[in-house]
Design a protein around this ligand. Structure first.
Ligand SMILES: [Zn+2]
Length: 119
């Protein structure tokens, strides 16, 4: 299923965005800012460009600045560089795959232990 992108009808996109918002407590999972439907963006935790799935479990709600900041970074790179984002992600991204949460916890603890983000 990797690299397969289906075009979704607008209604299905809306349903996915609403579900992601609900699952993330209507907050940006990275900075915890409250989000409404109009301002929320969808972020693929594991980027599509790097093999991530366009499916629940890999999709979270994020504010536009965080989405731009993360861009195509792998979650581990992003969370090691910005451990605050990892800490918020662990708390607010309730419906993501457990493997992604494990990665986030590891990245945050490495970041706080002073391991360089480039590792
Ligand atoms: Zn944010």
């Amino acid at each position: 299923m990797r690299h397969v992108r289906r075009l979704l009808p607008a209604q299905q996109k809306r349903a996915i965005k609403l579900a992601a918002l609900r699952d993330c407590g209507r907050r940006c999972v990275y900075c915890a800012a409250p989000l409404d439907y109009e301002h929320a963006t969808l972020d693929h935790v594991q980027p599509l460009a790097k093999g991530g799935a366009d499916a629940p479990g890999n999709v979270v709600a994020a504010c536009p600045p965080c989405n731009r900041l993360k861009a195509d970074m792998l979650p581990v790179e992003f969370f090691m560089r910005y451990p605050w984002a990892g800490s918020n992600f662990i708390h607010h991204a309730r419906a993501v795959h457990r493997a992604l949460k494990r990665q986030a916890r590891r990245a945050v603890s490495l970041a706080f232990a002073g391991v360089p983000a480039a590792a």
